[in-house]
Write a protein that binds this ligand. Structure first.
Ligand SMILES: C[S@@+](CC[C@H](N)C(=O)[O-])C[C@H]1O[C@@H](n2cnc3c(N)ncnc32)[C@H](O)[C@@H]1O
Length: 259
């Protein structure tokens, strides 16, 4: 997704993506990138070889734009998200569409499935890449490990994360010295202004980016077999290699085993 409006800045105050997305929720479905939702669901079905009736896990589901479309097409879907505001919008969407989706409010890094899934996805920085100030460098390994544990043997997964190659090319040595880019953790430190009932708030953001090699190693570390790391920017999902300066990269992986 990439928070385009944020200013680069140095800060040391508590971070809160939950506050950010609770605030963003009522406007989220007005974004231009949501127009690609149906094509993205088609892409997931085609490239993960999905069929109606399968149990699908959507991590960082947000307003449920993909989850509800999967449910419309006959899939059994669980959507997990940390933001009550985003889940409230998701519930409206599923009720309006007349479909059932299981909505779970939980941090992705703590999610434990009650029974295994046939496939999972986490897209458009659905938890992945969005670090809280309290989160450590390897928080997203925990997210991948939770998703891995939730899958049946042989089940596929698709993730999109922020592209570290773009991040490296866009920052300068001055940004490193000011703290707005932290290469030790590959984190962009920013701030963004939000409107709340209590007035405007300027909240800190930490966004973790990945280079493809690191992503492969992380996923291998939790047990996944990595099939391909193509370009994955919203509106331009494809199987070709990523562009150096695009916003997001994608990874398609699989839990080994199964028939
Ligand atoms: C940019 S939105 C993407 C939503 C959805 N995947 C989409 O494609 O529209 C990111 C979502 O991730 C959620 N999120 C952020 N950090 C999370 C975490 N640690 N655990 C679960 N959800 C998280 C946010 O609340 C938000 O709904």
């Amino acid at each position: 997704m990439g928070i385009q409006s944020k200013e680069r800045n140095n800060f040391m105050s508590p971070h809160n993506w939950q506050t950010f997305f609770d605030n963003y929720a009522p406007r989220y479905m007005d974004e231009v990138f949501v127009k690609a939702t149906l094509a993205e669901v088609d892409f997931l079905i085609q490239n993960l070889h999905l069929a109606p009736g399968m149990r699908i896990l959507d991590v960082g589901c947000g307003t449920g734009r993909h989850a509800v479309e999967f449910a419309r097409r006959g899939y059994r879907v669980t959507g997990v998200d940390i933001s009550g505001g985003m889940l409230a919008e998701a519930r409206k969407l599923s009720t309006g569409a007349g479909v059932n989706v299981e909505w779970v409010r939980s941090p992705a890094q703590d999610f434990v499935a009650s029974s295994p899934f046939d496939a999972a996805y986490s897209v458009c920085e659905g938890a992945l890449s969005l670090l809280g100030l309290e989160d450590t460098f390897d928080r997203d390994i925990q997210v991948f490990a939770r998703i891995y544990a939730a899958l049946k043997p042989g089940a596929p997964a698709l993730f999109t994360v922020l592209n570290g190659m773009r991040v490296i090319r866009s920052y300068s040595d001055t940004d490193i010295r000011s703290g707005s880019f932290d290469p030790f953790n590959m984190v962009e430190n920013g701030r963004t202004e939000i409107d709340t009932p209590a007035g405007k708030q300027n909240i800190p953001t930490r966004e973790r980016a990945y280079v493809p090699t690191e992503l492969r190693l992380m996923l291998r570390q939790v047990g996944f077999q990595v099939d391909v790391i193509p370009g994955g920017t919203a509106g331009n999902w494809r199987l070709d290699p990523p562009f150096l300066d695009e916003m997001e990269i994608m990874v398609i992986a699989r839990k080994p085993g199964g028939s």
